[in-house]
Design a protein around this ligand. Structure first.
Ligand code: ATR
Length: 281
């Protein structure tokens, strides 16, 4: 029996056990996927002694993605570039890790908005936190020439640019309207629009008519940004798909079956969001 868990602090809000539980049942695999709440002061020791924790692997969420990366004996290229890991496994007793947030973000766009990357010229990313790095990296890997990166605190956007290379152009928050006119893809990675937070208030008429608007936020599922984009007739991609797609490589690694993000899986998560009153703004 293979035991896997999501490791974070806090962790009880995570939907990863639901996602992997759905696939385990679908494929009739005798494994389980649970929760491990690890306090920040215990995280370094937890990952350093991972082989003794009774787990064959894990996902890692906030705030442990950096600490997990630092404990790896082997990291995949994405984790190495970003300095954060979210998917861990043991190989001959050695702790290995990957970052599946960046490929998960891209896979979600491919699945939800085919043709979204036809131009591969300019993308505009809002926010410079942890989610932003994965999104920016994914866009650069996909071949976008420039990623304009706007953040309320410009220095954080500059730090991401310094880490990820000259394709990333830091943009002051006040310059977002001008940046929108050039972008065929707009991605929100800020916490604006999240339940309980103010909306991200943009004049979407500034975007080209062919633009795709994506949000990393998925509580609520339809953020005010996505609602406004739909009203303008733009293609939209919600944040739930990124969560589902980032889980695919881990499941395949641990359980040996490459799972599919299907409508049934989405329904399971939507039902959970609904039950917790998180579907609506
Ligand atoms: P994560 O790691 O999940 O991406 P984070 O590191 O907490 O989250 O980052 C949150 C992002 O939302 C940041 O880009 C933050 O901007 P700052 O770097 O200036 O803090 C952005 N954000 C939060 N509240 C905001 C607001 N009211 N206006 C603009 N940006 C905001």
């Amino acid at each position: 029996m293979t035991h896997i868990a999501i490791v974070g602090h806090p962790v009880s809000h995570s939907r990863s056990p639901l996602v992997h539980g759905y696939w385990l049942k679908l494929h009739g695999i005798a494994g389980d996927y649970g929760y491990r709440d690890v306090a920040p002061e215990d995280a370094a020791a937890f990952f350093a002694t991972f082989a003794t924790q009774g787990l064959a692997g894990c996902n890692v969420t906030v705030p442990h993605k950096e600490v997990a990366f630092q404990a790896l004996a082997h990291a995949d290229p994405v984790a190495t570039a970003l300095g954060v890991a979210n998917t861990l496994w043991l190989e001959d007793g050695r702790l290995c890790g990957a970052n599946t947030d960046a490929p998960g973000f891209i896979a979600n766009l491919d699945a939800s908005a085919p043709g979204w990357d036809d131009a591969r010229a300019v993308a505009l990313v809002l926010g410079a936190g942890g989610a932003s790095r994965a999104v920016v990296y994914g866009l650069l890997q996909r071949g976008f020439e420039r990623v304009l990166l706007a953040n309320r605190t410009l220095a954080r956007a500059e730090a991401v640019a310094a880490q990820l290379g000259k394709g990333v152009v830091p943009v002051a928050w006040s310059e977002v309207p001008a940046a929108m006119a050039q972008a065929t893809v707009l991605v929100n990675t800020t916490s604006l629009g999240m339940k309980g937070q103010p909306p991200l208030d943009l004049d979407l008429s500034l975007l080209p008519a062919s633009a795709v608007v994506a949000d990393v936020v998925y509580v609520p599922l339809e953020t005010p940004l996505l609602k406004a984009a739909k009203a303008r007739g733009l293609k939209t991609v919600d944040g739930l798909g990124m969560l589902l797609h980032q889980a695919v490589p881990g499941f395949e690694r641990w359980f040996g079956v490459r799972p599919v993000v299907d409508a049934g899986l989405r329904e399971v998560i939507l039902a959970d969001l609904k039950a917790k009153g998180q579907l609506e703004a």
